[in-house]
Design a protein around this ligand. Structure first.
Ligand code: GLY
Ligand code: MN
Ligand code: MN
Length: 435
């Protein structure tokens, strides 16, 4: 992403903070997987949003109005011996030259330097809940200033930074939307690849491997643990074991999205293991597809956050009623939440750097209005568990979700997952193509 995008974000945040404020944002720590092996490093989304700086052991400090520089970065010093093992570090000089910091210091000097900056501020903007002990360290610095208050003025207010930052992150810029479009396209390619590769008798993890292959060959990684759920496993909403065999005649539900350049896609398709829907599967599938379509159509500016969900609920309830799974009057079934036995989650969530992205869903206790630049998933589903009492036997063990990603535009919504087979005909055609 263009460095100007990051400086624009910092400027915007500093305007909200105003003179007398200081924002402190720590980087994500490197996490141990076992003994001396670590998970691959993922920068903290808030920290990345403001800095684009890709290393752990760093703290960004924004001090609006400070004459000697407003954007300061504490980071690891250069260390040729360590860099030989773990790769290059920017060091304070690189932080200034490559990442636009006004000034930068070794992270080991933070205890000496940051308290002096805090002392000159009235309000500290910070998100409580940082991993590790950073909350305690920051509060320690502030308390130490308070203790010697007679001859210094410690900041008097600790303000939640998340609120300001997350409201900004909710609205995606043109560059962010382009990155998310790419993340969605890679996921689309992966789902197409898996549809073509799927065969009865395969293990769920073999199908998962098709996604991993496609993500990695585009430089992307999984944005969450993929769900590859054959047959009734699809009715376990967070199934991630992915170790069962895919049976002829079953559906497989795959919820797999990728992260490209720090931005996520989140995509689900449900398709027949042998390439042909049965009549029963297709009846349920068509209801979910109608719900997906109705919800996408409701994702337009001026509608409320919950309108796509309401549209999906209506279609799911109507469909389950016409299949005889639910009986009663449509408005009563909706009012009584009768659909919840089979559709027990919401129709979507914000999507961005985090899969379940930040941003409030309500403003002043009301569902917020959809506005251009907001990105969300649309993911209705119907899950009839293998032991679902009340549903006829022939529906049991069928779980279907269809999840797409949309960005709200000025006059409607753009489907970021455009081009991914969604109708039964499209899916069957894709699956009958060459592997
Ligand atoms: N993959 C997580 C979700 O669909 O919300
Ligand atoms: Mn998903
Ligand atoms: Mn989702």
């Amino acid at each position: 992403m263009n460095p100007r995008e990051f400086s624009r974000r910092r400027r915007h945040l500093m305007e909200s903070i105003g003179a007398g404020g200081i924002a402190v944002v720590p980087a994500a720590p490197l996490r141990t997987r076992s003994r001396d092996t670590t998970y691959s490093y993922r920068q903290d989304s808030d920290f990345h949003y403001l800095t684009g700086f890709p290393e752990p052991d760093a703290v960004a400090v924004l001090v609006p109005g400070r004459a000697q520089g407003q954007y300061l970065l504490f980071c690891r010093d250069r260390d040729p011996a360590k860099e030989q093992w773990d790769g290059a570090r920017a060091g304070p000089d690189g932080a200034v030259e490559q990442y636009g910091a006004d000034d930068a210091f070794p992270i080991d000097d933070i205890d000496e330097i940051l308290p002096g900056l805090l002392e000159r501020s009235e309000r500290v903007y910070y998100s409580i809940g940082a991993p590790g002990d950073f909350d305690q360290r920051l509060l320690g610095w502030i308390n130490a200033l308070n203790a010697k208050r007679q001859n210094s003025h410690a900041p008097s207010e600790l303000v939640a930074l998340d609120h300001l930052l997350h409201e900004a992150r909710l609205f995606k810029s043109r560059a962010e939307t382009a990155t998310m479009r790419r993340a969605a396209r890679i996921a689309v390619a992966a789902h197409r690849r898996a549809m073509r590769a799927c065969r009865p008798g395969m293990m769920e993890y073999e199908l998962e491997a098709e996604y991993l292959h496609e993500f990695r060959r585009h430089g992307a990684v999984c944005s969450y643990t993929p769900i590859v759920a054959g047959g009734a496993n699809a009715c376990v909403l967070h199934y991630t074991a992915n170790d069962a065999q895919l049976a002829d005649g079953d559906l497989v539900l795959v919820d797999a999205g990728c992260e490209h350049a720090m931005y996520a896609s989140d995509v689900t398709r449900t398709f027949p293991v042998n390439g042909r829907f049965t009549e029963r599967q297709r009846e349920i599938y068509d209801v979910v597809l109608d719900a997906n379509r109705a919800a996408v159509a409701a994702a337009t500016p001026g509608n409320h956050w919950n309108d796509p969900h309401d549209a999906a609920v209506k279609e799911v309830t109507r469909g389950l009623r016409s299949l005889g799974v639910l009986s009663g009057r449509l408005p009563t079934l909706i009012k009584d939440l009768a659909y919840r036995r089979y559709f027990m989650h919401k129709t979507g969530h914000w999507l961005g750097m985090d899969v379940h992205d930040v941003g409030d869903y309500k403003v002043a206790d009301e569902w917020r209005l959809l506005e251009p630049g907001m990105v969300m998933t649309i993911e209705p589903g119907i899950y009839v568990a293998a032991n679902a009492r009340g549903a006829a036997r022939h529906w049991r063990g069928i779980g279907v979700r269809i999840e797409d990603d949309v960005v709200v535009t000025r006059d409607g919504a753009e489907l970021l997952t455009e081009g991914l087979p969604a109708t039964p005909e499209e899916i069957e055609r894709c699956m009958s193509g060459p592997a």
